[in-house]
Ligand binder design. Structure first.
Ligand code: UD1
Length: 337
C-alpha cells in the first residue's frame, strides 16, 4: 500500500476519510491551507487512530510549494483531491476567487502529478454537476449542467481531469457526492463551518440554542410536503466510498464516475423532525421564501457504485442526525472549543 496525498486534508469529508484510510492500512500525507479548516481535526484523527500522519501547510495555488511536497514524499502513489472552495452563495459573489482557487489549484496538482509520474487520483465531485435534473433518481450518464460558479468549477475540474487522464494514462475515479451530513460516532470529528450554509449544520446550531430558528426555504415546491427533497448521505459511509475507490483504481484503470448517495430522498421537514426526536425537543422553524438557485428534488441512483465498487450506504437517517447531534453537543464551539 502506497502513500496517499490528501488535498484539503484537514476538512470535513477528508478528516472522516482519513480515519477510514488509516484503519485500512494506508499511510497519509495531508495538505491543507486552513482556509476553511483547522489543525485540530488532524490532531483528532491521530488521536482516534493512534497513528501519526505527515502534514504540510500549503496552498494548491502555490505550485512550487506543491512540488516541494512531492519531492519530499517520493513514495506518494495516489491522490485524493478534496481541496476546493465549496460555498455556492460566495461563489456567485466572488466568481474569480472560485475559478482561481479551484481551477488553478487543480491544474497545479495535475501538473505536478504529471511531472512526478503519480497516476492515480480520486476526485471529490458533487451532485451539483447535474444542475436541475429532468428526472430522479439521477444516474451518472445524465447530462451535466452548472447553475453557479462553484458548480461550474466542479464540472471543469472533472473535465480537465478526464482529458489529462486520457492523455497521460491515469486511473481516475470521480465521486459525485449527494448531501454529506453527520459525524464520526466518537463525536470527536465533524463539520465545523464558520457560518452554516447547509441545512443540517444549521439545524444542529438551532437545536443547541446558538441560533433561534431554522428558515425553511420554500413550502410550495412540487414535493410531498412542499419542502425540498435531498439525498442525505452519512459522512462515514461517504468516507468508506473513498477507501473502496482507491482499492479499485489500479484494478479497473481508466476513468470511472460514481454517484455516492443513498438513493433515498428526505424533505427539509423530515430532517427537522428526525433531529427534533434525537435532541429531545421540537426544533423551531419558519417558512421563508425559496432560496435563489434551489431546486425541488434531487436524489441519486447509487447502483453503479454498488455493482463496481462494492460500496453502498449502510447508515440511515437516525444515525445521520444522532451523530450530527453528538458532535454538536460535545463540541459546541467546533474545533475552537
Ligand atoms: C448545497 C449546494 C450544492 C452543494 C451542496 C454541498 C446550493 C443551492 N446548493 O446543496 O451545490 O453541492 O450544498 O453540500 O447551495 N434549506 C433550508 N434552510 C436552510 C438551509 C437549507 O430550508 O437554512 C433547504 C434547502 O432549500 C434544500 C435543503 O434544505 O432544500 C438542503 O440544502 P443544503 O443543505 O444547502 O444543500 P443543497 O442545496 O442540496
Amino acid at each position: 500500500m502506497g502513500k496517499i496525498l490528501i488535498t484539503g486534508g484537514a476538512g470535513y469529508i477528508a478528516s472522516h476519510t482519513n480515519v477510514e484510510l488509516i484503519e485500512a492500512g494506508y499511510e497519509l500525507v495531508l495538505l491543507d491551507n486552513f482556509c476553511n479548516s483547522s489543525m485540530e481535526s488532524v490532531r483528532r484523527v491521530e488521536e482516534l487512530t493512534g497513528k501519526k500522519v505527515t502534514f504540510y501547510e500549503a496552498d494548491l495555488k502555490d505550485i512550487d510549494a506543491l512540488r516541494k511536497v512531492f519531492e519530499a514524499e517520493p513514495e506518494i502513489t495516489g491522490v485524493i483531491h478534496f481541496g476546493a472552495l465549496k460555498a455556492v452563495g460566495e461563489s456567485v459573489e466572488k466568481p474569480l476567487m472560485y475559478y482561481e482557487n479551484n481551477i488553478t489549484g487543480s491544474l497545479n496538482l495535475y501538473k505536478v502529478m504529471g511531472e512526478t509520474g503519480v497516476k492515480q487520483l480520486v476526485f471529490s465531485s458533487s451532485a451539483t454537476v447535474y444542475g436541475d435534473p429532468a428526472s430522479v433518481p439521477v444516474k451518472e450518464d445524465f447530462p451535466t449542467q452548472a447553475t453557479n460558479p462553484y458548480g461550474q468549477t466542479k464540472l471543469m475540474m472533472e473535465q480537465i481531469l478526464i482529458d489529462a487522464a486520457k492523455a497521460l494514462g491515469w486511473d481516475v475515479t470521480i465521486l459525485r457526492y449527494f448531501n454529506p451530513v453527520g459525524a464520526h460516532d466518537s463525536g470527536r470529528i465533524g463539520e465545523d463551518p464558520e457560518y452554516p450554509n447547509n441545512l443540517l449544520p444549521f439545524v444542529s446550531q438551532v437545536a443547541a440554542g446558538i441560533r433561534e430558528k431554522v428558515m425553511v426555504f420554500g413550502n410550495d415546491w412540487d414535493t410531498p410536503d412542499g419542502t425540498g427533497v435531498r439525498d442525505y448521505i452519512h459522512v462515514v459511509d461517504l468516507a468508506k466510498a473513498h477507501v473502496k475507490a482507491l482499492a479499485k483504481l489500479a484494478e479497473k484503470g481508466g476513468v470511472s464516475i460514481y454517484n455516492i448517495g443513498t438513493g433515498k430522498g428526505y424533505s427539509v421537514l423530515e430532517m427537522i423532525e428526525a433531529f427534533s426526536k434525537v435532541c429531545g425537543h421540537q426544533i423551531p422553524y419558519e417558512f421563508a421564501p425559496r432560496r435563489a438557485g434551489d431546486i425541488a428534488t434531487v436524489y441519486g441512483d447509487p447502483a453503479l457504485a454498488s455493482a463496481e465498487l462494492g460500496w453502498s450506504a449502510e447508515l440511515g437517517l437516525d444515525e445521520m442526525v444522532a451523530s450530527a447531534w453528538k458532535w454538536q453537543s460535545m463540541n459546541p464551539k467546533g474545533y475552537r472549543g
